[in-house]
Design a protein around this ligand. Structure first.
Ligand SMILES: Cc1ncc(C[n+]2csc(CCOP(=O)(O)OP(=O)(O)O)c2C)c(N)n1
Ligand SMILES: [Mg+2]
Length: 382
């Protein structure tokens, strides 16, 4: 076994290699400043505690009637995003949506109400956990693998076409790269140099299926680059490294350097869906589970912050007490809120809701506002 720990950023990083080397030395929190590191820690703690609270409440009363794909163990990427996105940037998440929801600063009580199917939920109680959106904070999710990515590409195109200085971010699992729509999105984003960031949280499995049973190689970044996208692999449980990488890539995208993909190697510590244990399927090894439990992103950063004296037992207790208090009222709110009533479906038709979409559609259909020369000057010939 090699003596040096696993490198943090490396073209050769794969899930198999992580298992072979088996050790990881996280980036020091001081390298990005202790304030930012502490903010990352608080975000991850908050996400973990929210997920555990929902996890524990899911079955006793059976009032949450939608599937939930918990993200325990995968907190580093959403926490890092929360510190680098701007409010007008758009995030498009896949089914494992809660981390991205909070990365966008979307409100906790509307997530809880949505999961309880209530009218006060972010999507009026009609979407549940895996399709939830919160329009006010520019957050959208979708259960169809690579489906939300396709919409992110359209949004990024709209930003570029309209000279809007924002970016679209799509969060997916490695399973999304099994889909044709993923490669169409990558092709178009690369060709048109769109302001798009794709974050792949590679947790090795899609449901119970190992990436190497579905794909010849664990090398998404290598396959994406020829399409004209930058692509970086990182050890995705290192929140400091995730912040460094995402800040750098997002700054480049804002600067007009075109789209990028960041592949973050991580692991979900919970089952694929719901709180039930799915280990009876024996699809993950005991040693593998142990490695990722020991390299949980919160524990890695907490150790670094304790070394600096920024985090102590008392600090942890305070943070936990604050988050517990924040969570507590939301179950009551969700349970007491009304279910959505019979509704005027016409009012929910979004056909007329987006002047930007109307403009773009007008262009695509060769409408009278469309000026091909002006469009090509902005976007290149198409
Ligand atoms: C087009 C499509 N096919 C199949 C499914 C069923 N499905 C839901 S989650 C999932 C696995 C997704 O794995 P991955 O993208 O790696 O994300 P993870 O669950 O590991 O976070 C599958 C196959 C789906 N939602 N959409
Ligand atoms: Mg996966």
């Amino acid at each position: 076994m090699p003596n040096s720990p696993l490198p943090s950023i490396d073209n050769l990083l794969t899930h198999r290699r992580i298992q072979e080397i088996g050790r990881y030395q996280p980036q020091r929190p001081e390298t990005i400043g202790l304030d930012v590191s502490l903010a990352l820690y608080c975000q991850m703690k908050r996400l973990r505690m929210i997920e555990k609270a929902l996890f524990n409440e899911y079955h006793p009363a059976d009032e949450m009637r939608c599937p939930i794909h918990f993200c325990i163990g995968q907190e580093a990427i959403p926490a890092a995003l929360s510190q680098v996105v701007q409010s007008a940037d758009h995030i498009f998440s896949h089914h494992r949506s809660h981390g991205y929801f909070f990365a966008k600063g979307s409100p906790m009580r509307e997530l809880f109400a949505e999961i309880y199917g209530k009218a006060t939920g972010a999507s009026g109680g009609r979407a549940g956990s895996q399709d939830i959106s919160h329009i006010e904070t520019n957050f959208y999710s979708g259960a169809i693998l690579a489906g939300a990515l396709s919409i992110a590409v359209g949004t990024a195109f709209g930003f570029k076409h309209q000279n809007i200085p924002q970016i679209a971010i799509s969060g997916c699992g490695e399973g999304a790269t099994d889909e044709g729509a993923f490669w169409e999105a990558v092709n178009y984003a690369g060709r048109m140099k769109l302001p798009l960031l794709i974050v792949i949280e590679n947790n090795r499995y899609a449901t119970f299926s190992d990436q190497l049973k579905r794909q010849a190689n664990d090398n998404i970044c290598e396959r994406v680059r020829p399409f004209g996208m930058r692509a970086t692999k990182i050890f995705g449980n290192d929140a400091v490294l995730a912040w460094q990488t995402l800040s750098n890539e997002i700054a480049r995208i804002r600067n007009g350097d075109g789209p990028a993909l960041v592949e973050a190697y991580t692991f979900r510590l919970n089952s694929h869906v719901g709180p039930e244990d799915d280990s009876f399927n024996l699809y993950r090894g005991r040693e593998e589970m142990k490695f990722w439990e020991d390299n949980c992103p919160i524990a890695l950063l907490e150790a670094g912050l304790r070394d600096t004296g920024t985090v102590t037992d008392a600090v942890v207790q305070n943070i936990e007490a604050e988050i517990e208090a924040e969570i507590a009222g939301h179950f009551k709110f969700a349970k007491e809120s009304p279910f959505p009533r019979e509704t005027n479906w016409h009012a929910m038709n979004w056909e007329d809701a987006s002047p930007l979409a109307d403009k773009l559609l007008g262009s695509a259909e060769g409408g009278s506002n469309f000026d091909q020369n002006q469009a090509e000057a902005k976007l290149g010939p198409y």
